[in-house]
Design a binder for this molecule. Sequence first.
Ligand SMILES: NC(=O)c1ccc[n+]([C@@H]2O[C@H](COP(=O)([O-])OP(=O)(O)OC[C@H]3O[C@@H](n4cnc5c(N)ncnc54)[C@H](OP(=O)(O)O)[C@@H]3O)[C@@H](O)[C@H]2O)c1
Length: 271
Amino acid sequence: MAAIESRSLGRGRISVPVVGLGTWQRLEAAAAAGRHRELVDTAIAAGVRLVDTSPMYGDAERLLAEALDGRRDEVVIADKIWTPSAQEGVAQLARAVDWYGGRVDLMQIHNLVAWPTHLPMLEDARARGLVGLIGATHHSAGAFPELAELMATGRIDTVQVPYNPLQREVEQTILPLAEDLGLGVLLMRPLGEGRLVRREPSPAELAPLRPFGVTTWVQALLRWGLSDPRVSVSLAATAHPDRVRANAAAGSPPWFGPEERALVERLATAR
Ligand SMILES: NC(=O)c1ccc[n+]([C@@H]2O[C@H](COP(=O)([O-])OP(=O)(O)OC[C@H]3O[C@@H](n4cnc5c(N)ncnc54)[C@H](OP(=O)(O)O)[C@@H]3O)[C@@H](O)[C@H]2O)c1
């Protein structure tokens, strides 16, 4: 299997393989089947390094810490602060630092909740070595003007936003601004929360993508996002170890050009 390409995650300070692992709902699902350790082990074996989680994702942060047992240093932890309360923000950071061996590599402000409150706290934590990079996330295009305002302060290193063939609002402002400012971009919902993969195009429809090493629709969707060089890492989420392996296989060049991306967009629209 070809190695996953690595890209810079925010101002060139950390480089990560372009396929990451999301944990929203799926890590708990893996744990319910007794497979969360196997899921994380398989991800690491497949070359995945960045794992994204949040206090919003139920028990996912704790399950991730449990699954990493002894392998913490092999991954880049992207966690979040998600609360309107300053005090609870401090407590969430303390819990995460405790779970992940004394530091969180990337701490993001989830959905921009109370960012003016949490940002100085995170900057202080970064100065104390508890946090590596600072980022912000939002899932809704309606919040992108506020996200752009925060990006322009120069105080964050990464953004996390949705980007797939049916959700392309980030192309208007967020991706160009991230490129100008040298910010890392974590791509959420690469498979449209699973909606995009429910109906597969036929092998004949996918045939033009075969010279790119792409034989499945999931790989086509993941390669579509990663073929935009402004994207640093794609956070596909799955509860199944075999799917983690398949997703990781989409993280190597050759990348799509405009024609292949347009084909994936047409096929996605037709689903
Ligand atoms: N900050 C935010 O506001 C925010 C919002 C949304 C997401 N996120 C982050 O981004 C991550 C990814 O987004 P997402 O979880 O919404 O959606 P996604 O990755 O676009 O899609 C996940 C769905 O795709 C399925 N799937 C994954 N790989 C597959 C494969 N190889 N074949 C078939 N089905 C596959 C999964 O089901 P199975 O488990 O059954 O495989 C799951 O239902 C999240 O986990 C989270 O870390 C952040």
